[in-house]
Structure formats: C-alpha cells, structure tokens
Design a protein around this ligand. Structure first.
Ligand code: ZN
Length: 450
C-alpha cells in the first residue's frame, strides 16, 4: 500500500458530538467513524477510531485503511505516527489470543458509519469470493473476517512462492534410467528372497531364480538341473541352497503365515545436470504377502540433494503446510525439517542402508565433482569403512565441498588418511595445516601409504 498517499489524506477532526458520546457511554472502548474514497485509483475504506482521554475528552487513536489486497493501520501514539500491520482487534486491544476475542464496546459516530463498513466488506467478499463463515453480523466481525482472509491469502501466496522455487529445482532431475526397475528387482532385492515349499503338495519355489522344484524322497528335483540338492532338508526358516542359484536362501513353508514378508530396501542414484550433481534416495518395498510368485514392488523417492559448484541443497518428501488451517497440508518436496529427540523413524522413512545404482563414475566429468576423485574413494576407501552410513555419497561430496584437498590426498594414494578425514572430522584441520605449510613429512609418518 502506498503509505505516502494514505498519509496525505487529511486527518479526521474530533467533533463536538464525540465528546457528548464519551459522557453517555462511560465504559466504551472508542468511537468509530468510516468513509469510503478513492486512493491512487483504488476504492479504499477508511475506519477512523477515537479513544477516550481523561473523563470527558476524546482523541484520535488510529485509522485503518482497507483495500482489496491489503490493509494497514496508521497509529497516532504520543508524538510519533506509526504504521502497523497487525489486525484491528489486536491494535484496539480486545483480541487476547487466536481463540479469545472480547466484546468490542464500540460507539458509532453515526448509524451510517456501520453501513459504510458493512457495504464495503460485502462488496469485497463478492469480489474476492470469500466465504468465511466467521463474518458474523456486526461491523467488527466483518473487519475480523476480512483481515483474517487477507492474512490467509498472503500466507498461501508466500508458501506458493517457496514451493514454486523448490519445484523449479526439482525440474533439474531427469527421469530414472530405463533399467531401474530391473535394478530394483534383481540387485536391490537380491538378498531378499525365499524358497517357499509345500511338502504335502511336493513342490518348492525359489523367488530369486523363479525355478519350481519337485520334492522327491531324496531331495528337490528339476529336470533342467543335472545335480539336485539332496544334502539338506527343507525346513521352515532355515537356509537352503537353491540348486539353480547356488545361493543359501531362507526356506519358508507355504502353509505358514506370510504376514511379515514385506521387504524394505533403499537405492541411491547419482545423476547430473550441467555442472550440478544430483543424488536421489529411493525407498523400495517387495511384498510377498499376496502372491509370492509375483511379489509386488513399490518405490517412493524420499530424499534429494543437489550439489552445485557453490553449495549444497537438501530436499525431502513430506507434508508441507500451505495455509493456516490444519487441513492445508500437501505431500510434496520440501526443505528438510528438524526432528525432536523422540523421533524414531522406520526404515520406510529413513534408510539404514542403500544400494548404489552407479558403477561407473565417468558421469562426474564436466560437473562440480570432476576433481573429487569419487571413483578412487569408492574403490579404495569405502570398502574399509565399517558400518558405513547410507548417506555416504553425499557425505563424501560434502567433505569435498568443504575440504577440496581431499583430491590430493586420494591422488597420492593416502587412503587411510582419506578414511580418517572422512570418518573423523577432527583429523582434517591438522591435515589441512600441514598440506598448506608444505610439510609432508609428519603426514607421511602418521599415515604411511599402503
Ligand atoms: Zn534360485
């Protein structure tokens, strides 16, 4: 709103009648007088408020300017004039909290003043299609609903802007590769298979290779397999070697309940867009419960990171509150939110481990990670890290962002030093100081290259 033009509107005069009103209503909050006029081409409602001063007198308190998109209050306190953006009820001091509003106790300068306010508000409601039901009947109820609605609209507009910016960043992410489903089914869930069997019906079925066997007196048999497994017995919840896979796989009796057989695992994929490196974390489930011959696969991508030449941006899927109401939550990409101490997420929310899709890191050429030596780190350092975190890819890129000299450390083949830097951040400052001073002798004695 244009404050300068609003301020130039002549201030209302304290009329003699107001002093009379003052003596008639002893406990009143103030006197309301209203007018409508055009200000910089826009219809503007001006609500002038006067307040009691002493026992008989009245003074100008504040005036509220209402336009289609916004409102503002010019407050005449003591000597200075202030602009206030708060709600009418707060400024007048009878809104205690969001839920508690005291009686207005306003006196009207004339009955027409109420009509002017209500007419403006009714027109505004029609124009903006506002249907708030808390408008009530009195003029101050109308003001309350009008201001609450404008606040909501502003909040939604603010959140839409935030979401629009996030959506634009999400557009950087390309489609997943065509073979990703195949990767999920055969690599991500390679360790999540069973041999189901029914001794009564004389069959056994391996979910890993899809071979169906006949249970014979001396073992499981398949006509295509020359050597059949005749050493172990199929026992519920015990390992059994699938003759075709040659792998030890847990056997499950088909007659037993499968209520628990929902497998969860995560995958990570690195992609690029220009010089940006994109890391995605996807949660997968493999559900044997309905039909173990055709397990159901489901995927939900829950975390994304963008490494740009300048910074790191983290995003997560979650509920985002668009407006003030409790039903305004939208499930979408959002900035990460903090969690309290009691937060104990399930594996469906946060990974405990993941399987990396990429095997060739040539895709990092021409990106901000081209000199990070991620391939060396992955090949030489990662296997030696015990209990590595599911976020290891991002953690390494973050380390490189912060300490680019990890490149030299890896190129020199000082893998144990790179590992120490990665695992224990306290080591880094010492390494950094010595690299900067050009004194490598201490480093060499501390971390002898393999
Ligand atoms: Zn098999």
């Amino acid at each position: 709103m244009k404050k300068k033009e609003l301020a130039s509107i002549p201030k209302p005069i304290v009329k003699k009648e107001y002093q009379k009103l003052r003596t008639m209503f002893k406990d009143m909050r103030g006197i309301i007088q209203a007018e409508c006029r055009e200000v910089s081409g826009e219809e503007t409602l001006i609500i002038n408020c006067f307040r009691p001063k002493g026992k008989k007198r009245v003074e100008l308190w504040f005036r509220l300017f209402c336009q289609k998109e916004d409102y503002i209050t010019q407050y005449f306190s003591d000597k200075k004039v202030k602009w206030r953006t708060g709600a009418f009820d707060y400024i007048a001091g009878y809104q205690i909290s969001d839920w508690c509003r005291m009686e207005g106790k306003w006196a009207l300068a004339s009955p027409q003043d109420e009509d002017i306010i209500i007419e403006f508000m009714r027109k505004w409601r029609k124009k903006t299609k506002s249907n708030r039901c808390d408008a009530g009947y009195k003029f101050d109820d109308y003001i309350y609903a009008y201001q609450a609605d404008i606040r909501d609209r502003k909040l939604i507009a603010k959140h839409q802007k935030v979401c629009g910016e996030i959506d634009a960043r999400m557009d950087l992410f390309p489609e997943l590769p065509d073979d990703y489903q195949n990767f999920i089914e055969h690599t991500v869930f390679d360790e999540h298979n069973y041999i189901f069997y029914s001794r009564k019906q004389k069959w056994a079925y391996c979910t890993r290779c899809g071979f169906e066997y006949e249970i014979r007196k001396d073992g499981v048999y398949h006509k295509k397999i020359p050597v059949w497994n005749n050493k172990e017995k199929l026992r519920h919840n015990h390992d059994f070697m699938c003759p075709h896979c040659g792998k030890w796989i847990i056997a499950k009796s088909a007659g037993m309940g499968r209520g628990q057989l929902l497998e969860i695992n995560w995958s990570t994929i690195i992609q690029t867009n220009g010089s940006n490196v994109l890391v995605r974390y996807i949660c997968h489930t493999k559900d044997f419960r309905k039909d173990f011959r055709h397990p159901e696969f489901n995927s939900r991508e829950l975390f994304r990171t963008i490494h740009t030449p300048k910074n790191v941006e983290d995003y997560e899927m979650g509920y985002y509150k668009m407006g003030r109401d409790s039903d305004s939550y939208v499930y979408r990409w959002r900035d990460p939110v903090g969690h309290g101490w009691g937060w104990n997420p399930s594996e469906l929310q946060v990974p405990r481990q993941t399987v990396l899709y990429n095997t060739d890191f040539g895709l990092l050429t021409d990106t901000c990670m081209k000199y990070s030596c991620f391939d060396i780190f992955f090949e030489k350092v990662v296997p030696s890290i015990r209990n590595s975190s599911p976020w290891i890819v991002d953690q390494f890129f973050n380390l490189y962002h912060e300490y680019p000299f990890v490149e030299q450390v890896l190129k020199l083949g000082w893998y144990s030093m790179a590992k120490e830097m990665f695992v224990d951040k306290r080591e880094i400052q010492g390494v950094k100081r010595q690299i900067e001073s050009g004194d490598f002798s201490k480093l060499i004695s501390a971390f002898s290259p393999p």
